[in-house]
Design a protein around this ligand. Structure first.
Ligand SMILES: Cc1ncc(C[n+]2csc(CCOP(=O)(O)OP(=O)(O)O)c2C)c(N)n1
Ligand SMILES: [Mg+2]
Length: 327
């Protein structure tokens, strides 16, 4: 079945929302209002393209910490994100127990993940096996940074999924750096997608600065998986346009001209120019969207600032099982 055309304006609106929210998080950090932020700026296009290629509400997700745009596309609200940044009550990932951006959203089939990188990959393979055992044609998307594909867990998960033809998409968001370590300092292959050949599944490279390219690649991998043909590795070439996290200063290891060149290829700006050129978006419409997004974010920040912290005794209770807490 051919993929329907991508909803360009919806993709753009979500990229814009993710970008402005992410920028707001940096400001909150520098104001001393939050303790930590890890940014997805430069990776939004790959993420929203992937989300829109899948059946939200039916498919399963095991994402990683840079996936703010993916999470918003799956239905995380800006308020929920800011509650998470502030560790406030009502934060859905962990009831404010975890670090920010350690996503989980039960209503959207997003399973929780841990801080050790790559642990989400075996979770995704397990979800794929569960789908196989239960029947149905749902698929699983798991995301990861390129550096974390050096972890044993990633190879084990991909190998298992390939061996049993499980319906899993392994999306690698390659931003070239693992904190300060460049890709060529930790793997001999030029493209992470090449690793797939040794494990017996297709490896696809896609321009991760282009939401439509990501939409197509993930959509095709999902069709394969639903037909029972097994998993795919997709390597999206993205950009990390910020330091690793709010605790990092990348000036000590990253050449400034590299950062400037990357900023000239900002995926949000590129997409905006494309939509304007194709007359999918007008300048007036764009100005309206910018205002709307700003309003949504400021309302979320105000509400989160006014929200209470969870009661201390809540830490002793499970995240999801309400009756245990009450009983
Ligand atoms: C097992 C493990 N080792 C080290 C770390 C510390 N750490 C957190 S993020 C990160 C870099 C991961 O790089 P990459 O996979 O390329 O993802 P990116 O942050 O670039 O998106 C490291 C080393 C960790 N969380 N878990
Ligand atoms: Mg990386």
């Amino acid at each position: 079945m051919p993929l329907p055309p991508p909803p360009l304006l919806d993709l753009y609106r979500l990229m814009l929302l993710a970008r402005r929210l992410d920028e707001r998080a940096w400001v909150l950090h520098r104001q001393g209002k939050i303790a930590f932020h890890i940014s997805g700026i430069g990776q939004e296009a790959a993420q929203v393209g992937a989300a829109f290629a899948l059946q939200r509400g039916k498919d399963w997700f095991a994402p990683y910490y840079r996936d703010l745009a993916l999470m918003l596309a799956l239905g995380l609200t800006p308020l929920e994100f800011v509650l998470g940044l502030m560790g406030k009550q009502g934060e859905p990932s962990s009831g404010a127990r975890q670090m920010p951006s350690h996503w989980s959203l039960r209503r959207a089939n997003v399973v929780s993940h841990s801080s050790p990188v790559a642990t989400q990959a075996p979770h995704a393979a397990g979800l794929g096996l569960a789908i196989r055992l239960r029947g149905g044609d749902a698929v699983v998307l798991t995301t990861i940074g390129e550096g974390s594909t050096s972890q044993g867990e990633w190879y084990e998960a991909v190998n298992w999924a390939a061996t049993h033809k499980l319906p899993v998409i392994f999306l690698v968001e390659n931003n070239v750096y693992a904190i300060s370590v460049r890709q060529n300092q930790q793997m001999a292959v030029e493209h992470v997608a090449e690793k797939a050949a040794g494990l017996g599944l297709p490896g696809v490279i896609v321009d991760g600065l282009d939401a439509v390219a990501s939409y197509r690649a993930v959509g095709e991998a999902a069709e394969r998986a639903r037909r029972g043909e097994g998993p795919t590795v997709i390597e999206a070439k993205v950009a990390r346009m910020t330091p690793h996290s709010s605790d990092d200063d990348d000036r000590s290891y990253r050449p400034r001209d590299e950062v400037e060149a990357m900023k000239a290829r900002d995926p949000l700006a590129l997409f905006r120019q494309r939509l304007l050129a194709e007359k999918v978006l007008s300048e007036a419409q764009d100005a309206g969207l910018q205002e709307e997004v700003k309003g949504v974010i400021e309302a979320a920040v105000a509400e989160a600032e006014a929200a209470p912290y969870p009661p201390a005794e809540d830490a002793a209770y499970p995240v999801y099982v309400e009756d245990v807490r009450r009983g």
